[in-house]
Write a protein that binds this ligand. Structure first.
Ligand SMILES: NC(=O)c1ccc[n+]([C@@H]2O[C@H](COP(=O)([O-])OP(=O)(O)OC[C@H]3O[C@@H](n4cnc5c(N)ncnc54)[C@H](OP(=O)(O)O)[C@@H]3O)[C@@H](O)[C@H]2O)c1
Length: 316
């Protein structure tokens, strides 16, 4: 039997990389093996991946040499950064550069780089519609990723640029759950006006990335956007209401109100939602649900995700 092609997965203990490791392990005859990269092979999550059949290798995105070792002998690499751990676009850029250089040095044949749009191409810093953040960014957690695309391009690393989407799981883990109002009613507060919010179950990102590795050469050099659905806020509230068995009312929060909510990253997220709102055609157009389903046939729509996760969505 031919030897399996190793996919080195950064973020393997997290949402995106974890989904990819599970997709690889769930298809034992698919021809791929999972190498889970983590800073700590002794964490419970890393041990669980090893027990499930992944090779676990330690590396740190801040340490280029450790990445080179971790990518050695791999056919593919899934490259992702975790902006929210440090909230620094400069650090995110440096980590992406380390991954691109390590992939080049190790001769990796296919990188899938988890990126997002550099919003400054549409909204230059001089555009007053949204505040500039940290002097150089409009949506810091997008702009650094988009800017970092060039490291993979300039080094000639064979890369697929994966434009991810809003995780539906933010309604469980990221404080975006429906909340009870003073009137006792349940509200979904989102600054999306009447526009559509492309989103995806976090687990489906890894499954879609697996589809990209399976496609191989056909998607190298391409930018591929993924989404499970493009619902409006009203449609999301209706689907949640149906899944939870109680009315959920959509509240279209004004962008400025959202930006001033005061939690860490509120300005970044407020600008992000405004970007998705103001450039809906471009943003949705880059994330075809049909093409995502070709990569990942078990892709969940928002309503299917809500039904599946109804007992995990907190209220309030
Ligand atoms: N939430 C959303 O709606 C959304 C949508 C699109 C994109 N994103 C982006 O998704 C990214 C986060 O991905 P995720 O949700 O999969 O992350 P996550 O579930 O929070 O997990 C973070 C992962 O990154 C790894 N990691 C962090 N720093 C590392 C370092 N210095 N060296 C090696 N590994 C490191 C962690 O590994 P160990 O701890 O095991 O070392 C862990 O596996 C963010 O950049 C965010 O902007 C989020």
């Amino acid at each position: 039997m031919a030897e399996k092609k190793i996919i080195a997965v950064v973020g393997a203990t997290g949402a995106q990389g974890g989904g990819l490791v599970r997709a690889i392990l769930g298809d034992p005859s698919g021809g791929f093996a999972a190498r889970a990269i983590t800073r700590n092979a002794n964490s419970d999550k890393a041990k669980a991946l090893a027990a499930a059949g992944a090779e676990v290798v330690e590396a740190n995105l801040d340490d280029a040499e450790s990445l080179k070792r971790a990518f050695r002998g791999a056919h593919g690499a899934y490259c992702v950064t975790n902006f929210w751990e440090h909230s620094s676009p400069e650090k995110e850029l440096a980590q992406a550069k380390n991954m691109a250089e390590a992939a080049k040095a190790a001769g990796v044949k296919h990188v899938v780089w988890s990126t997002l749009e550099d919003t400054r191409k549409q909204v230059p810093l001089s555009d007053p519609r949204m505040p500039t953040i940290k002097e150089k960014y409009k949506v810091p957690h997008f702009d650094g990723k988009g800017e970092a695309d060039r490291f993979f391009r300039e080094l000639g690393v064979p890369t697929t640029f994966l434009l991810t989407s809003f995780y539906w799981d933010n309604l469980i883990y990221f404080g975006m759950q429906p909340k009870k109002g003073e009137d006792g009613k349940i509200y979904l507060h989102l600054p999306m006006g009447e526009k559509r919010l492309p989103g995806i179950a976090a687990e489906d990102i890894g499954r879609s990335a697996y589809g990209l590795f399976r496609k191989g050469d056909a998607v190298i050099g391409k930018t591929v956007g993924i989404a499970g659905d493009h619902p409006t806020g009203g449609e999301m509230a209706a689907a949640l209401g149906k899944a939870l068995g109680r009315e959920v009312i959509y509240n279209a929060v004004p962008f400025d109100v959202y930006r001033s909510l005061g939690f860490p990253g509120a300005d970044d997220l407020g600008n992000m939602f405004q970007f998705k709102h103001d450039f809906q055609e471009l943003f949705c157009g880059a994330r075809s649900v049909e093409k995502t389903r070709e990569l990942n046939p078990s892709l969940l729509s928002f309503s299917a995700w809500a039904v599946k996760n109804k007992d995990r969505i907190p209220i309030g």
